[in-house]
Design a binder for this molecule. Structure first.
Ligand code: ADP
Length: 271
């Protein structure tokens, strides 16, 4: 019976080992599929601007270059597409670093009010261009939170930019903070717009990379389709929550939580 016990033990162990190997193979397959899909998506996204640039240059070389006005127009269009490639490359680098876990969040104590003010100021010119007004509510001037400054800044930029891009002329973007009802150690930062809104069926999909409700509107506004995917990753890396509420034709509210610091400040000052 000693032998039988030993045999049973060996069988159990080898079954266990084979299950581990199987799981590992599944994990690697998932990564491999993900990688293939990602490369497919990227190639597809790169094609549009590259073909456009090629088209403009070809037309110019075929004679359009002689007409000064046409020349200028086509070069401008080519330039816009070069800019799109630049944004796309920047966002791709960011998302790939976030997805591989290469980019670690550097958690500091930061004043959320300073961050909101900086971001809103830097986007004021875009809002004016689209005839959208940015209103600040309680921005949490004295509230210190645990967060990676650059990453939360990126989140705010992406959300406020979207709230401007998908708004209507004469519309408003409202940014503010309030207590988070489910956890008194956290606050909720919200970005509300009076824009086109998102149909219920798409709400869960807008954080997928390259998903857009309206491709041509996104492209026309210089979108890469990666903004919300980046936001979702950053909030997950922070262990914070991210919410989307929207009513088509009325507007959307994007919000996320941040955890308050209870002790005295070390790495930031109030303006
Ligand atoms: P994009 O570069 O296309 O803006 P995002 O990842 O930031 O990419 O957003 C994905 C899609 O979600 C957008 O193309 C748009 O359809 C939708 N979306 C994002 N923000 C808003 C908003 N504030 N209002 C309406 N739709 C939005």
């Amino acid at each position: 019976t000693d032998h039988k016990d030993e045999l049973d033990y060996l069988i159990t162990q080898s079954v266990r080992a084979s299950k581990t190997v199987e799981r590992e193979i599944q994990r690697l397959n998932r990564i491999e599929n993900y990688r293939k899909e990602f490369i497919g998506d990227i190639s597809h996204e790169l094609k549009t601007p590259i073909f456009a640039i090629q088209g403009f240059i070809e037309t110019l070389l075929n004679g359009a270059i002689e007409d000064e006005e046409v020349n200028r127009q086509f070069l401008k269009k080519a330039m816009r597409n070069v800019n799109r490639l630049t944004f796309l490359t920047k966002d791709l680098m960011e998302i790939s670093k976030l997805e591989t876990g290469e980019l670690k969040s550097e958690i500091q104590d930061i004043y959320v009010g300073n961050l909101i003010k900086d971001v809103v100021e830097s986007l004021q010119y875009k809002a004016q261009k689209e005839n959208v007004e940015i209103e600040l509510e309680d921005i949490g001037k004295n509230i210190l939170v645990h967060a990676d400054r650059n990453q939360i800044k990126q989140v705010l930029i992406n959300l406020v930019e979207n709230a401007i891009k998908y708004n209507r002329s004469g519309g408003t973007v409202t940014v503010g903070t309030k207590p988070f009802s489910k956890d008194k150690n956290r606050i909720l930062v919200y970005i509300q717009d009076t824009g086109i809104g998102i149909d219920q069926q798409y709400i869960d999909r807008v954080t997928e990379r390259f998903f857009r409700v309206d491709k041509s509107r996104s492209r026309e506004k210089g979108g890469t389709g990666l903004g919300l995917a980046i936001v979702k990753h950053i909030m997950e890396a922070h262990g914070e929550k991210f919410f989307i509420e929207s009513t088509p034709g009325v507007g959307s509210t994007f919000s996320f939580t941040l955890t308050k610091v209870q002790r005295s400040p070390v790495s930031d000052t109030i303006d």
